[in-house]
Design a protein. Structure first.
Lengths: 199, 199
DNA sequence: GCTTATTCCTAACAGTGTTCGGGAAGGACG
DNA sequence: CGTCCTTCCCGAACACTGTTAGGAATAAGC
């Protein structure tokens, strides 16, 4: 009932072209026109599939969030105890940022989308829920001796710690030669110990 | 020996005009032309005082860094013990981000400058050194029982924790209603405890 | 063979950072 | 006085950006 599309899945091929460009140049330097050219479309045609450049980036960020969530989920299984699992999740978070820098920055480095309030952005609902589930387990295992902090508070603190490590390494300490992973591990371990989650 | 300048200190008035605009709109939405108009210059004239828009923002970021450093320095005195001082510094870091959002984002929210490697950016050399001095003291006070982690490692971990909290509150959790400060305090306290710095 | 819906593009608009060339203004010097 | 030179400043343009309006091509349904 219509003119045939150039690609089997134009939306997908646009997304892939965009991601490829972003990986090499950084999302803030990738223009809509460049994406269009790489995907074999005219600039205006992208608007058939995305409301705006922001919409395109938001879609890619959503996919990145899914990848991050899956990675964290796998990491949670590696810990032999609930507390160790939390450390693994934190490390996986930072590793993800290091190894998929542009994915991470797509998620957390775009001020335009970060400026709007929480409910509209929630970019990492799924990754965050992985952390919360881990905390719930660890708090249960720690039992009485645990902090009286809530699950939300503890989850936020752990997320923030890992997020800070990731953010620094990916932005202002990028290129700085140091064994960050070792420091991250001791930091996260110290944090779960200090929160009385350790076993 | 020259034509008189429009303002006594044109560079300063440009910087102030820019900062005013940035505070209300966010640095990424402020155009050079808007700054020029607000300062009473033509767009081209700004290039008499700054190499580029980036240069202007970098200058503002430097001033923000100084303000942050001074704030942290004051906070370091509030702690009754070296360990407590570290917690205060961390809290001051996050408070600064909350209360001077645009200053903080100018420092840590501009990917363009964050993408280049460490030596060229080091935006927070002074703030960071405040943390390191605090850690040195706390490690000394803790003596033998302290972790065998280096000053740099401990400083990095503390910085990262505070930075993560600040970053999340200023970006993706912005607008979310919660008592972040309480969580931040327990988190930072737990961290210094877990690092065997507490007294 | 129409109609209708979808896909796609050309052309344009308003905005951006930046550069070029020159005008205006005043101190220094003949 | 007039000339030079330097500094300050601007208008106009360039190449780029995201976005939109309007129309052409292509196929399916009737």
């Amino acid at each position: 009932m219509a003119r045939p599309t150039k690609s089997d899945d134009p939306r997908r091929s646009i997304l892939e072209a965009a991601r490829a460009l972003i990986v090499e140049e950084g999302h803030e330097k990738v223009s809509l026109r460049a994406v269009a050219a790489a995907a074999g479309f005219s600039p205006a045609s992208l608007y058939e599939y995305f409301d705006s450049r922001e919409d395109l980036l938001k879609t890619l960020a959503g996919e990145a969030s899914n990848r991050l969530g899956a990675t964290l989920l796998k990491a949670a299984d590696k810990g032999k105890t609930p507390a160790a699992a939390l450390v693994e999740v934190g490390l996986a978070y930072v590793d993800f940022a290091r190894e998929h820098r542009e994915d991470f920055l797509l998620l957390f480095g775009r001020l335009e989308s970060a400026r709007q309030s929480f409910s509209e952005s929630v970019p990492s609902a799924s990754p965050y829920s992985v952390v919360m589930n881990g905390v719930r387990e660890a708090l249960g295992a720690a039992g009485r001796r645990a902090t009286q902090a809530t699950v939300e508070q503890v989850s936020y603190v752990l997320w923030a710690a890992a997020h800070g490590m990731a953010m620094l390494q990916v932005t202002h300490l990028h290129g700085f030669d140091a064994d960050f992973r070792a420091a991250d591990r001791t930091g996260l371990q110290a944090l779960v110990r200090g929160l009385d989650l350790a076993d």
